[in-house]
Ligand binder design. Sequence first.
Ligand SMILES: CC(C)(COP(=O)(O)OP(=O)(O)OC[C@H]1O[C@@H](n2cnc3c(N)ncnc32)[C@H](O)[C@@H]1OP(=O)(O)O)[C@@H](O)C(=O)NCCC(=O)NCCS
Length: 233
Amino acid sequence: MQNAGPAVPKTDCRDNQAMINQNNPNNIQPTPEFTDGESIVYLGHLPVELSASAGRLFLDAFKDKFAPVFGDGDRAQSVLENSLDPTHCIAAVSNGVLVGLLAIQDSQGSFLNPTLKIMIQTYGMLGGLFRMFGLAVLHHSTASDEFYVEGIAVVDEMRGKGVGSQLLDLLEQLALENGIQTISLAVINTNPRAESLYKRLGFVSTRRDKLWPFNRILGFPFESATFMIKNMG
Ligand SMILES: CC(C)(COP(=O)(O)OP(=O)(O)OC[C@H]1O[C@@H](n2cnc3c(N)ncnc32)[C@H](O)[C@@H]1OP(=O)(O)O)[C@@H](O)C(=O)NCCC(=O)NCCS
């Protein structure tokens, strides 16, 4: 859709509180709202009623990564929806509808938390273990001064309107407020458009992780992931 839908005006971060309080072991914090004054509201949490939408958005946007691990049916939706930590994200909401989501992993936790128990309950013992192995292959360990972007997705009809850039910009603000030195992410080799967006926003590639033979074993339709960082200094 060209020039349709709400534009994304300048963000007015009226409530400039830190979204993720590094000193709070439970990571439970007030819910600051980054409002843009128009129809997209950026929230420092995922409202509980949007959990199902978040699961659908991520399953759809990250098919290449998630379908081999979670499948693509109701089970996948249920696992994802029930594994979310709503405090580890920035959500873009328009008229009550989730239009974008940036999932954050820091040293205290992450947005996506599928446990071994949930995986085994859902996929059986062998299926659960195999799928956990898939998740382990994609896992990144986060340093204490790092925000890792676990995933960023915008609904199809809102792409190319600045929502993704805005989500990343808000993450940077949050990083600065929390003394975070580095924002990092990994982009798979089949997603050059996302990689160019990150480059444009100042991320630089630091290494490429080849996934062979795990991509073959696990059925990932990509071969490598480029690790990118942006230093806040
Ligand atoms: C990547 C994504 C989050 C960017 O959000 P957005 O709101 O579309 O981004 P912006 O409007 O701020 O910036 C536009 C840029 O995003 C990138 N982009 C746009 N559509 C994209 C798509 N379908 N897939 C990947 N990147 C895309 C392009 O670099 C684009 O710039 P261009 O139009 O000059 O090529 C969004 O397009 C998306 O959800 N894509 C699918 C999921 C995905 O690839 N996530 C990233 C995984 S690392």
